[in-house]
Design a protein around this ligand. Structure first.
Ligand code: ASP
Ligand code: CP
Length: 311
């Protein structure tokens, strides 16, 4: 496999399938009483988080620990970043401490790519600005495959604040690689310039898309990235693009509802939908640990199946 995971576009179909298959084996380990493999013993994984996170940060830590790696958690708050230290100098400091892999979340799009040029170890993008979040796309594909049996040929609607969503961009890229058909549903103000060139369709109305969807993925309205008004009011947004019980009833019986989290309950999704049997939101978090174990394992141990032997 490749030495870094910076973009979902780094993965061809075989790479992505290998990650998902490996994650399935990792999930079996997570079901054991002793949830640990010796695979990455003696290796060091640094979690470098310049932006807030709950799921991604904790699941990378759990994933590295389940593979017996040493884990260093670095948050920009409370570090010498507040004294003005640059990303490059921070990276070189981590490098000097022997990091084999650096997992980075950063508010600037492209920061993981810069980091990859400065450190010798593998770099994993855990979300950069509005650009990409490839391990989220992998755990989403894993969840679709485990719930619906395949990704190829699925019709996936990704709904809401596409403009600010690195989850949407990474999902569109990975799902196209895996053969799914993606429709982005959003108001024109919340679609990025150049979306016509993405391997997906665009729709402005939600109801007509739902009847044919196998998967509906709701996106959070990212108010922290909005410096202007993108829609008339929260109420109007929910009325047009929110998923409530009435809309959920338009989905085919087998269809699932996804959300990367964190949710704005009552805005893009109602509690009734988020907590329904069709919702995979909690399952996505569980699958995130297995997928991140697979990514760290494939990047750091050369991708042989040896590691799965009980040790
Ligand atoms: N947690 C995801 C991200 O960091 C989605 C979101 O924040 O809405 O991209
Ligand atoms: N889905 C996701 O990336 O969640 P966090 O921002 O909490 O890590």
């Amino acid at each position: 496999m490749i030495g870094h995971l910076l973009s979902a576009a780094d993965l061809d179909r075989d790479d992505a399938t290998l990650v998902l298959d490996t994650a399935a084996q990792m999930a079996a380990v997570s079901g054991r009483e002793v949830k640990k493999l010796p695979t990455l013993r003696g290796r060091t994984v640094v979690n470098l988080f310049y932006e807030d996170s709950t799921r991604t940060r904790i699941s990378f830590e759990a994933a590295a620990k389940r593979l017996s790696a040493d884990v260093i958690n670095f948050g920009a708050k409370g570090s010498s970043v507040s004294k003005g230290e640059s990303l490059k100098d921070t990276a070189l400091t981590l490098q000097a401490m022997g990091a084999d892999a650096v997992v980075i979340r950063h508010p600037a799009s492209g920061a993981p790519h810069r980091l990859a040029a400065w450190v010798a170890g593998s770099v994993v993008n855990a979300g950069d600005g509005t650009h990409e979040h490839p391990t989220q796309a992998l755990l989403d594909a894993y969840t679709m495959r485990s719930r619906l049996g395949r990704v190829d040929g699925l019709r996936v609607a990704i709904v809401g604040d596409v403009l600010h969503s690195r989850v949407a961009r990474s999902n569109v890229l990975l799902l196209a690689t895996l053969g799914a058909q993606v429709t982005l549903v959003a108001p024109p103000t919340l679609l990025p310039v150049g979306v016509d060139a993405w391997p997906s369709e665009v729709a402005y109305e939600l109801d007509p898309v739902l009847g044919k969807a196998d998967v509906v993925m709701m996106l959070r309205v990212q108010r922290e990235r909005m410096n202007q008004s993108f829609f008339p009011s929260a109420r109007e947004y929910s009325r047009r693009y929110g998923l409530d019980g009435r809309r959920m009833a338009l989905l085919p019986e087998h269809a699932i509802v996804m959300h990367p989290g964190p949710m704005n309950r009552g805005m893009e999704i109602t509690p009734q939908v988020a907590d329904s049997a069709r919702s995979t939101i909690v399952e996505q978090v569980t699958n995130g640990v297995s997928v991140r174990m697979a990514v760290l394992y494939l990047l750091l141990s050369g991708g042989t199946k040896e590691a799965f032997r009980e040790g």
